[in-house]
Write a protein that binds this ligand. Sequence first.
Ligand SMILES: Nc1ncnc2c1ncn2[C@@H]1O[C@H](COP(=O)(O)OP(=O)(O)O)[C@@H](O)[C@H]1O
Ligand SMILES: [Mg+2]
Length: 223
Amino acid sequence: MNLENISKEFKKKGENIKVLDNINYNFVANKMYAIFGQSGSGKTTLINILGLLEKPTSGNYIFNNARTDKLNNDKICDLRKENIGYVFQNVELNDYLTALENVELPMLINNKIPRKERKEKAIELLEKFGIKKRINHFPKELSGGEQQRVAIARALANDPKIILCDEPTSSLDSKNTKRVFKILKNLAEEGYCVIVVSHNELIFDYADVCLELENGKLHEVTK
Ligand SMILES: Nc1ncnc2c1ncn2[C@@H]1O[C@H](COP(=O)(O)OP(=O)(O)O)[C@@H](O)[C@H]1O
Ligand SMILES: [Mg+2]
Protein backbone atom coordinates (compact mmCIF):
# COMPACT_ATOMS: atom_id res chain seq x y z
CA MET A 1 0.00 0.00 0.00
CA ASN A 2 1.81 3.01 -1.27
CA LEU A 3 0.85 6.59 -0.48
CA GLU A 4 2.31 9.06 -2.98
CA ASN A 5 1.99 12.78 -2.24
CA ILE A 6 -1.30 12.25 -0.45
CA SER A 7 -3.04 15.40 0.75
CA LYS A 8 -6.49 15.82 2.23
CA GLU A 9 -8.27 19.09 2.83
CA PHE A 10 -11.58 19.80 4.46
CA LYS A 11 -13.60 22.99 4.30
CA LYS A 12 -14.46 24.27 7.74
CA LYS A 13 -16.37 27.53 8.20
CA GLY A 14 -15.37 28.58 4.70
CA GLU A 15 -11.73 27.87 5.42
CA ASN A 16 -9.66 25.07 3.94
CA ILE A 17 -7.82 22.98 6.47
CA LYS A 18 -5.10 20.67 5.27
CA VAL A 19 -5.34 17.57 7.44
CA LEU A 20 -2.85 15.46 5.49
CA ASP A 21 -0.02 17.32 3.81
CA ASN A 22 1.81 15.56 1.01
CA ILE A 23 2.31 12.20 2.70
CA ASN A 24 4.59 9.60 1.14
CA TYR A 25 4.71 6.21 2.76
CA ASN A 26 4.81 2.57 1.74
CA PHE A 27 3.09 0.08 4.03
CA VAL A 28 4.26 -3.50 3.51
CA ALA A 29 3.02 -6.97 4.46
CA ASN A 30 4.30 -8.87 7.46
CA LYS A 31 4.50 -5.78 9.66
CA MET A 32 2.48 -4.17 12.41
CA TYR A 33 2.39 -0.39 12.25
CA ALA A 34 1.31 1.85 15.10
CA ILE A 35 0.06 5.31 14.19
CA PHE A 36 -0.34 7.89 16.90
CA GLY A 37 -0.92 11.60 17.01
CA GLN A 38 -3.02 14.15 18.85
CA SER A 39 -6.77 14.16 18.60
CA GLY A 40 -7.70 15.89 15.34
CA SER A 41 -4.32 15.22 13.74
CA GLY A 42 -5.92 13.21 10.92
CA LYS A 43 -5.44 9.59 12.03
CA THR A 44 -8.97 8.51 11.16
CA THR A 45 -8.78 10.40 7.87
CA LEU A 46 -5.58 8.54 7.01
CA ILE A 47 -7.08 5.15 7.98
CA ASN A 48 -10.17 5.92 5.89
CA ILE A 49 -8.02 6.75 2.87
CA LEU A 50 -5.96 3.56 3.35
CA GLY A 51 -9.24 1.64 3.68
CA LEU A 52 -10.64 3.16 0.46
CA LEU A 53 -13.49 4.70 2.42
CA GLU A 54 -12.44 8.25 1.55
CA LYS A 55 -10.56 9.77 -1.35
CA PRO A 56 -7.58 12.05 -0.95
CA THR A 57 -7.86 15.61 -2.29
CA SER A 58 -4.67 14.98 -4.26
CA GLY A 59 -2.00 12.35 -4.67
CA ASN A 60 -1.92 8.69 -5.62
CA TYR A 61 -2.84 5.77 -3.49
CA ILE A 62 -1.47 2.57 -4.98
CA PHE A 63 -3.21 -0.57 -3.77
CA ASN A 64 -2.25 -4.00 -5.14
CA ASN A 65 -0.19 -2.26 -7.81
CA ALA A 66 -3.24 -0.34 -9.04
CA ARG A 67 -3.72 3.42 -8.95
CA THR A 68 -6.94 3.69 -6.98
CA ASP A 69 -7.93 7.04 -8.53
CA LYS A 70 -8.29 5.23 -11.85
CA LEU A 71 -10.77 2.67 -10.52
CA ASN A 72 -14.54 2.97 -10.65
CA ASN A 73 -16.72 2.50 -7.58
CA ASP A 74 -17.47 -1.17 -8.29
CA LYS A 75 -13.78 -1.96 -8.48
CA ILE A 76 -13.12 -0.02 -5.27
CA CYS A 77 -15.91 -1.99 -3.57
CA ASP A 78 -14.39 -5.28 -4.72
CA LEU A 79 -10.95 -4.25 -3.47
CA ARG A 80 -12.44 -3.36 -0.10
CA LYS A 81 -14.41 -6.58 0.25
CA GLU A 82 -11.58 -8.83 -0.82
CA ASN A 83 -8.52 -7.17 0.63
CA ILE A 84 -9.30 -5.02 3.62
CA GLY A 85 -10.42 -5.92 7.13
CA TYR A 86 -11.63 -3.11 9.40
CA VAL A 87 -11.66 -2.97 13.17
CA PHE A 88 -13.34 0.15 14.50
CA GLN A 89 -13.17 1.98 17.79
CA ASN A 90 -16.76 1.34 18.77
CA VAL A 91 -16.66 -2.28 17.56
CA GLU A 92 -19.87 -1.98 15.52
CA LEU A 93 -20.95 -5.60 15.67
CA ASN A 94 -24.50 -6.24 14.57
CA ASP A 95 -26.51 -6.48 17.82
CA TYR A 96 -29.10 -8.77 16.28
CA LEU A 97 -26.62 -11.38 15.10
CA THR A 98 -24.68 -13.87 17.23
CA ALA A 99 -20.88 -13.80 17.34
CA LEU A 100 -20.85 -16.60 14.76
CA GLU A 101 -23.30 -14.81 12.45
CA ASN A 102 -21.35 -11.56 12.74
CA VAL A 103 -18.21 -13.31 11.49
CA GLU A 104 -20.14 -15.13 8.75
CA LEU A 105 -21.69 -11.90 7.45
CA PRO A 106 -18.77 -10.58 5.34
CA MET A 107 -18.40 -14.02 3.74
CA LEU A 108 -22.11 -14.00 2.95
CA ILE A 109 -21.78 -10.57 1.33
CA ASN A 110 -18.73 -11.65 -0.63
CA ASN A 111 -20.65 -14.77 -1.66
CA LYS A 112 -17.63 -16.81 -2.70
CA ILE A 113 -17.59 -19.43 0.03
CA PRO A 114 -20.20 -22.21 0.29
CA ARG A 115 -22.48 -22.13 3.35
CA LYS A 116 -20.89 -25.04 5.20
CA GLU A 117 -17.35 -23.77 4.76
CA ARG A 118 -18.50 -20.33 5.79
CA LYS A 119 -19.65 -21.61 9.14
CA GLU A 120 -16.57 -23.77 9.68
CA LYS A 121 -14.29 -20.88 8.89
CA ALA A 122 -16.15 -18.52 11.24
CA ILE A 123 -15.93 -21.07 14.06
CA GLU A 124 -12.23 -21.57 13.40
CA LEU A 125 -11.57 -17.82 13.56
CA LEU A 126 -13.56 -17.41 16.76
CA GLU A 127 -11.74 -20.35 18.35
CA LYS A 128 -8.43 -18.81 17.37
CA PHE A 129 -9.29 -15.71 19.41
CA GLY A 130 -10.67 -17.57 22.42
CA ILE A 131 -14.40 -17.12 21.79
CA LYS A 132 -15.15 -20.81 21.27
CA LYS A 133 -17.68 -21.11 24.09
CA ARG A 134 -19.52 -17.98 23.14
CA ILE A 135 -20.10 -18.32 19.42
CA ASN A 136 -23.87 -18.39 19.84
CA HIS A 137 -23.98 -15.38 22.13
CA PHE A 138 -25.18 -11.96 21.05
CA PRO A 139 -22.79 -8.97 21.36
CA LYS A 140 -24.54 -7.58 24.45
CA GLU A 141 -23.87 -10.90 26.22
CA LEU A 142 -20.12 -10.54 25.60
CA SER A 143 -17.53 -8.43 27.42
CA GLY A 144 -15.88 -5.49 25.64
CA GLY A 145 -12.72 -7.53 25.09
CA GLU A 146 -14.68 -10.45 23.67
CA GLN A 147 -16.64 -8.14 21.36
CA GLN A 148 -13.44 -6.63 19.98
CA ARG A 149 -12.01 -10.12 19.39
CA VAL A 150 -15.18 -11.05 17.49
CA ALA A 151 -14.67 -7.87 15.44
CA ILE A 152 -11.11 -8.95 14.64
CA ALA A 153 -12.36 -12.40 13.60
CA ARG A 154 -14.93 -10.67 11.37
CA ALA A 155 -12.22 -8.48 9.83
CA LEU A 156 -10.35 -11.64 8.83
CA ALA A 157 -13.32 -13.48 7.36
CA ASN A 158 -12.53 -12.69 3.75
CA ASP A 159 -8.77 -13.26 4.01
CA PRO A 160 -7.78 -9.61 3.62
CA LYS A 161 -4.19 -8.56 3.03
CA ILE A 162 -4.45 -5.50 5.20
CA ILE A 163 -6.09 -5.02 8.58
CA LEU A 164 -6.93 -1.46 9.57
CA CYS A 165 -7.73 -0.69 13.18
CA ASP A 166 -8.87 2.71 14.42
CA GLU A 167 -8.35 2.93 18.18
CA PRO A 168 -9.40 -0.70 18.70
CA THR A 169 -8.67 -0.77 22.41
CA SER A 170 -10.02 2.58 23.54
CA SER A 171 -12.81 0.97 25.57
CA LEU A 172 -10.72 -1.91 26.96
CA ASP A 173 -8.77 -2.37 30.19
CA SER A 174 -5.03 -2.97 29.98
CA LYS A 175 -5.29 -6.77 30.15
CA ASN A 176 -7.67 -6.89 27.19
CA THR A 177 -5.70 -4.18 25.38
CA LYS A 178 -2.55 -6.33 25.58
CA ARG A 179 -4.49 -9.35 24.39
CA VAL A 180 -5.78 -7.46 21.33
CA PHE A 181 -2.32 -6.03 20.54
CA LYS A 182 -0.81 -9.52 20.86
CA ILE A 183 -3.41 -10.91 18.44
CA LEU A 184 -2.63 -8.11 15.96
CA LYS A 185 1.12 -8.69 16.31
CA ASN A 186 0.63 -12.41 15.63
CA LEU A 187 -1.41 -11.58 12.52
CA ALA A 188 1.43 -9.38 11.24
CA GLU A 189 3.81 -12.28 11.84
CA GLU A 190 1.48 -14.50 9.82
CA GLY A 191 1.93 -12.12 6.89
CA TYR A 192 -0.84 -9.53 7.14
CA CYS A 193 -0.13 -5.83 6.93
CA VAL A 194 -1.59 -4.56 10.20
CA ILE A 195 -2.07 -0.82 10.73
CA VAL A 196 -3.28 0.32 14.13
CA VAL A 197 -4.20 3.82 15.24
CA SER A 198 -3.81 3.99 18.99
CA HIS A 199 -2.74 6.37 21.68
CA ASN A 200 -2.15 3.59 24.15
CA GLU A 201 1.58 3.42 24.90
CA LEU A 202 1.36 -0.35 25.39
CA ILE A 203 1.38 -0.63 21.58
CA PHE A 204 5.10 0.23 21.50
CA ASP A 205 5.85 -3.25 22.86
CA TYR A 206 4.06 -4.87 19.92
CA ALA A 207 4.41 -2.72 16.79
CA ASP A 208 7.29 -3.21 14.33
CA VAL A 209 7.09 0.39 13.12
CA CYS A 210 5.82 3.44 15.04
CA LEU A 211 4.56 6.42 13.06
CA GLU A 212 3.49 9.82 14.27
CA LEU A 213 1.05 12.05 12.45
CA GLU A 214 1.88 15.67 13.18
CA ASN A 215 1.00 18.86 11.30
CA GLY A 216 -0.24 16.77 8.38
CA LYS A 217 3.04 14.85 8.06
CA LEU A 218 3.69 11.20 8.83
CA HIS A 219 7.07 10.31 10.22
CA GLU A 220 8.66 7.24 11.76
CA VAL A 221 9.68 7.43 15.38
CA THR A 222 12.10 5.17 17.17
CA LYS A 223 10.67 3.26 20.07
N1 LIG B 1 -15.83 14.94 6.84
C1 LIG B 1 -15.17 15.96 7.39
N2 LIG B 1 -15.53 17.24 7.13
C2 LIG B 1 -14.86 18.28 7.67
N3 LIG B 1 -13.82 18.16 8.52
C3 LIG B 1 -13.42 16.91 8.81
C4 LIG B 1 -14.07 15.74 8.29
N4 LIG B 1 -13.43 14.64 8.77
C5 LIG B 1 -12.46 15.09 9.57
N5 LIG B 1 -12.43 16.45 9.60
C6 LIG B 1 -11.47 17.29 10.34
O1 LIG B 1 -10.17 16.82 10.05
C7 LIG B 1 -9.36 16.84 11.21
C8 LIG B 1 -8.80 15.44 11.46
O2 LIG B 1 -9.85 14.56 11.86
P1 LIG B 1 -9.60 13.02 12.17
O3 LIG B 1 -8.98 12.40 10.99
O4 LIG B 1 -10.88 12.46 12.65
O5 LIG B 1 -8.53 13.11 13.35
P2 LIG B 1 -8.12 12.05 14.47
O6 LIG B 1 -8.66 10.72 14.09
O7 LIG B 1 -6.62 12.09 14.50
O8 LIG B 1 -8.68 12.57 15.76
C9 LIG B 1 -10.23 17.39 12.32
O9 LIG B 1 -9.97 18.76 12.44
C10 LIG B 1 -11.63 17.15 11.82
O10 LIG B 1 -12.51 18.08 12.34
MG1 LIG C 1 -9.93 9.37 15.03
